[in-house]
Structure formats: structure tokens, C-alpha cells
Design a protein around this ligand. Sequence first.
Ligand code: ADA
Length: 892
Amino acid sequence: MKHKLILAIFSMILFISCSTEKVTIIVEDNPSTRVSFGVEKLKSALEEAKYTVSIKTVNENNDALVITISENKTDSLAKEGYTIASENGLISIKGNDASGTLYGCIELVKQIKEEKKLPANFNITDQPEMVLRGACVGIQKPYYLPGRNVYEYPYTPETFPWFYDKALWIEYLDMLVENKMNSLYLWNGHPFASLVKLEDYPFAVEVDDETFKKNEDMFAFLTEEADKRGIWVIQMFYNIFVSKPFAEHYGIKTQDRSRPITPLISDYTRKSVAAFIEKYPNVGLLVCLGEAMDTYEDDVEWFTKTIIPGVQDGLAKLNTTIQPPIVVRAHDTDAKMVMDASLPLYKNLYTMHKYNGESLTTYEPRGSWSKIHTDLSSLGSVHISNVHILANLEPFRYGSPDFIQKCVQAMHKVHGANALHLYPQASYWDWPYTADKTEPRLKEMERDWIWYQAWGRYAWNVNRDRNDEIKYWTKQLDNMYGCGEEGKNILEAYEQSGEIAPKLLRKFGITEGNRQTLLLGMFLSQLVNPAKWKVYPGFHESCGPEGEMLIDYMNKEWNKQPHVGETPPQLISEAVAHGNAAVAAIDKAAPKVNKNKDEFNRLKNDMYCYQAFANFFSEKVKAAMLILQYTHSNKIADLENAIPHIEKSLEYYQQLVNLTKDAYLYANSMQTAQRRIPIGGDDAKNKTWEELLPHYQAELANFKKNVEFIKKNGNSDNQTFDVLKPVEVKIDNKEGVSYLIKKGERVFSDKDFVIGDFSPELKNMKAIRFSQDKQAEHGTTLSFESLKPVSILVGYLNTERKEYAKAPTLETDASANQYGQGDVKIANALDIPGRGSVNIHSYTFPAGKNTLNLGKGALMILGFIDANQKITPHNAGFGGEDASSKIDWLFY
Ligand code: ADA
């Protein structure tokens, strides 16, 4: 009420005279912190433009140059909307609420900065289209902490010195508010044990008292500073995680994908959530019902019986019935099922799902992943599109406003999303730094300013005219590089280069997940025989427009069938053209650059990198096409003709090595065994182009040697593999029955499926037969003792049927390579008629007593081998049809 009266008093008309350099800002008594913040920003911008500024509540002296700032709620504007009217030299900023008023100030600040004075005529009414516009920061590292697993990073000054750097946060929050972003997400596995103490589990806290106190202070600081800027802080966490001291106290694991929900972990988590809500009432929660939970049914139970009650307990303690929003991620769960079960219990649920998975691939998303979005957005609550890790953009600069604008259009039109969550453009695991090899290190928020600005701009309003946008970005780039109209060429360079990684990944990639780092390149085996590398299901159908994969394209070519959609030769020639155009544009702009020259040169270098990459990739695909053609033609000439293309690709790769070796510390910021493609990233290895080059050279040498072999010895399709030698182990197992792998052997004790054809290398293996129903319902546990380290061969059926276990999937389970099981060892190793083919993965254990614990779902245990017996990964081609498996040996 009082508020309204004040508003009425201040909605007066004031005069501005251009003859004075004095500005009076009139603002209501006791303005909200957001409005005060906006006023302060305005004041400093004016002072920088050499005005003398006074802030008053009444224009008692009838000052001439006046800006009135007020909140004025109107139904004709959306939340956070505002108007700025400047007529005859009068300026009034009216916000529809505190945030709107703040954004009005921010908008005027932007104009003053651009024009270096108050704009003369400036009338604008604006409001956001997306209700939440936010970015995230990972409280995570490129590596695992000793004795810990993925996502397990307590908040400590040793691990995250930057987390305690208030100036850094202020810079970041200022950047967010300048882009009119209103949410900040902090990602971590189990933040609770760094932030709350529980009476019933005092030992669960995993930081010392001093750090705990610092964390409380930082959260208070962060939420307060964020709130001033209209930003809502949201804490993300994975499930089911417990703290390390908690796990040690009870002799359990911190995370375990095959663990059932137990009363103890439920009680601990419920109390953690409740304490968090009670202690940090302004902080929201983003819940990931993965990656350490067994089944979708468990997800529902966990969310409805642990998380929601935890929030409710916290609210009860606060004595409030106002439900803060809880954001539910669709990652690694059936979010629709979770929402249907949860909405009757808790009304204020938001949903979130990855836009193109973990890469940026298309503004024409389709398929089953789009359906997840529409299922969720049609529930009518806020649905957030998550631009997740940009695995195909790391580490070069990316800033194509055109591509980004079209993506935001797709978020609205195809997915029905009305909110945005944005990952850093690169180096997520290494935030706040980028991968640039500079001293001091570059800050990601500074280097990637255009990334945040473009997404923020289009999340606010996506319907902007292309020609106006070209002018707008030309100006922004001029501001940055002092290059006048040449800003247009820099924009052109960004937009041309911005097509390369999306186009190449979406049709040639194995996965959009950060299991693959695209910009390190791909091996020929990955191009011609992707099945061996486990193509992530749904990816190609969902993450790009209709088109053909390399194998399909070559089959159709051979069979003279018509092509559909985008094709491999089209994509590589477009990529090369984009690379050339990006370099031409950046070279044109270069002589006109007068500001930030070092950064410009780094950007320029990135354009050269993109060009070299596109050329490398294109040559490699051309080679792959000839090799695939050979599977039809059987002409050795096809293989021979592939050689010059591989050689050429190596020349371009060498260029890439030269361009990057002094420019970049690494390509990918996640430097663990989770990275598999093009090659394992274990222990921070294989993360630079320089390290990859010898692997690509070896690939060429092997190929040449094998082509020679064929020339001498004729056409030998089939590479033979060593027969695997089983080893004896003592199995403590009441369930399974041992059997020798043979055609016609039953696979499960309670079903009639039998082994069909199988790879001869398995003929001595002693498998163990289980009940399919029991495995589906309870999972598989195998305790055993061995004198030496052993690997257990586990067969996963290539089927979507629910009763079968899913193979280790790094896209949804970051711990899926803990025992070296992440990659397929033998693809299509057996055929089970009526069920499909079987891929073999291996789990390696040290000597002694061990237990293999696999979650619910039927699978085959194909026996034990010595851990030193190496299996060269290959596609045996049983039950899987493609000819590409027969040529895979050519690369080794
Ligand atoms: C995958 C990915 C992780 C993480 C996760 C998620 O497991 O490998 O790095 O991004 O998804 O939370 O979506």
C-alpha cells in the first residue's frame, strides 16, 4: 500500500535540458535492493560519461536533467518488463516490478555506454519471452579428487579457490544481469555435506569448521549479491550420493548405480534437503534423479518419498506453506513419469531437459529427444531448455548469433520451452578459466562474452530482424575490437565457423555426449564402423535434420538408390567452405582492429583452427567413403585411392597441431576415463592435438601395411582374433550355473532363447547362466575370489526391451568406466535369435575377493579371463549385419 502511494508521488513529469551536465535521478523512498542496484549502475555509467549525478527522492529544485525511476505494475507487461520514455529531454523508467525497474536501468546504462551520453530520444517497452534465463557454474574439476569419484567435490578453498573470490563473483553476476539473466545454477554431486550439519548425522559433514563457516558466508554473500541483480541462485545435485565420511561411517559407497533405496540413505538425504531449505530459503534446488540410481521406478520413489518430503520438512520448519520451485531434470530418468507421480504432492515443479544433448548440433531438433521436451512442456509448468556441456565446441571460441537465435526459436517452437539454462561455452570442468595457454589464464566469462550475450539476448526476445541483428552485432564487435564496420566481417567469421562443429558432429559423431571430443578428430574406424564405438541411441535421429549417415549413404550410392536429406559429401564440402569463409572474413577484418588486439589474434587463430579442422575432417571422410566403397566393390584400388586422402588429412592435422600447441592447454576440460572418443582420456592423457598426431600417423601406417598385405595375399576380409583363455576363479554364487559357450546353449535358465552364431574367440569361455526374470527384478551379483587380476566378460543384448540391462552408458552415468567397462570390447559377439546381438564389455578387478554388482536387467556373464589378456576392440559382426565390421582390421 505504502509502496503504491510512493509510486503515485513519483510518477511526475520532469524536464531535461541539454545545456547542463548535471543529472538528477529521482527514486522513491526505501527502494528495493534491486532498484537501488539499478540506480547505482546508472549513476556510475553517467559519471563515466562525465555527468554530475545526484540521487534524490523529490525534484525539489526543479532540476533540469532528470531521470525518474519507479515501479509501476501493469497487466499489459510481463513480469520483469519495463518502459523507458524520453520525450523532450525527459526520461522516465518504469518497471513492472523490481526486476523490471532494474532492467530498465540496465538498458539505459547500455545506451549511455554505447553513445557515451544520455540518448536523446529513446522510447522502449520491453519484456522477456523466456521466464527464466540463466547460466551455470560447475563446482567440479577436470579430474577426480583422490579417493573420490565423479561429481564428488566438497566445497573447499583448496579445491575451489575461486569459489571464495568475491570480486570474481561480482564480475560474473554483473555479467549475468547485464545480459538480463535471472538465474544462476551451481552444479555439484552432493553439496549438502559442505553446507549443512545434521543433528542425527553429525559425522556426515565433509569440510572442517573453518571451511564450513566460509561456505555459509559465501552462500549468504552470493545469494544477497545475486538477489540485488534479480538473480535466483539454484543448487543442483545428483542422486543418490552420500558424503564420504557418511559412507565410511556405514561402510557403504558414496554412489552406487545398482544400490536399492535404503531407509538409511533416504533418511539422510531427506534430512539434508530439509536442513538446506531451512537454512538457505532463497536458494532453489535443481534435482538430477540420476546418475547413481538404479531404475526409473526408484527415481519416482526417491523423488516422492525422499526429496519432496525433505523440502516439505524444511518449509514446515520455516513455518511457511509457500512452495519454492523445484526443478527436475529429465536426464537419466523418465521425467514425465516422475512429474505425473509428483504433481499431486507438490505443485511448484519446473522441468529441465538438454537442448541438443551435450553438444550444439542443430536448430532443427527432432525425434524422440524432442518428444521428451514436448511431453514436459505440455504439462504447463516452466520448462527449461538446458544448453548442456558443449562437447563439440571445446575449446575454440564460438559465437554465432545466427545459429544461437535459431536454436532459441527451436526451443520455443519445437520443444515448447519457456526458459533457458546455459552452460559455459567451454572448459566447464575448469571454470573460471578457458583452455587458452596464456599467463595469467583467461576467464571464461570474459573470453566468451558473446556466448552469454547472444543467448541472453535471444532468450529475452528471439523475434528480431536478421538485418537489425547484423547491425547490432557489428556494433558490439566494433565496441570490442575498435574496428568500425569491419565488425561485420568478424561476425561473418563467427557465423561461418559456427556451422562447422554442429554439422560434422550430427552426422559423423558417435555421440553428442562428452564421451567424445569432436575437435580432436576421429579415427577411420569410428567413421566406417561406428557400431563398434557404440553410437549413442537416439542421437542422430534427434540432434539434426533428416539425412544420411556415412554407411547408409555409401550403401545407397552403391545400390543407386535416391538420397534423403543432408548427406556426408554435402556436409564435408560445406564444412570446408565455412572454414575458408571464416578465415577470409577474419583476415579482412584484421587490419582494422584497434582494440583488444591480443584477444583478436586468438580469435583469428581459432578461425584458422576451424579451417584446418574442417579440411582434416573432410579428407578423412573422403578416405572413409572409398574404404566403404571397397566393401561393395572389392577393388583394392578403392583402398589405395583412400591413402592420399589420409595423407592429406594428416597434413591438415599437423597444421592444427602447429596452430594449437602454443595456443591451448587442452581441447577437452573433462580429463578422465569418461572421455573415450576419439581415444581414452584416462589420467588427463590425449587431450591435445599434439598428443593425438602420432595416433593418426600410426593409423595411416597400419592402413598402408594392411593394404599391402591384401595386395600380396588376396582379399582376406576376416581378421582372426586370439581365442580367449578362461581363468579359474572361486565363485561364491548360489544362483548361476556354468556352461560352455556353444551354439544352441540356453542363455537364461527360465527362457528358451539360445545362442546362435558367435565369434570363435569365445569358444572356450565358461559362461554362467542366470534366470532372466531374477536378473530383471533384482540385478546380478557375483562374488568371487581370484589369485590374479581378472576381467569378467559381460554381454549386453542390443535391444530396447525393458527387461534387459543397459550397457554402461557414459552419457547418463559418468561412473560407467570405473572398472574399464565403458567401451565395447567385442561388438556383435554373439547372435541370440529372437533377441538380437550381444556386445561384450569387460569389468576388471584386482586379485583377491571381489563382488561384481550389476543393476536390474538381464544380461550374460560370459566368463573370466586374465586381466592381462588384451582384447583388441572389434566388431565381430554376429547378429549385426554391416559389412563395415569386416574391414575394421585394416586400421590396426
Ligand atoms: C553425462 C556426462 C556428464 C554430465 C551428465 C549430466 O553423464 O558425461 O559429464 O554432464 O551427463 O549431468 O547430464
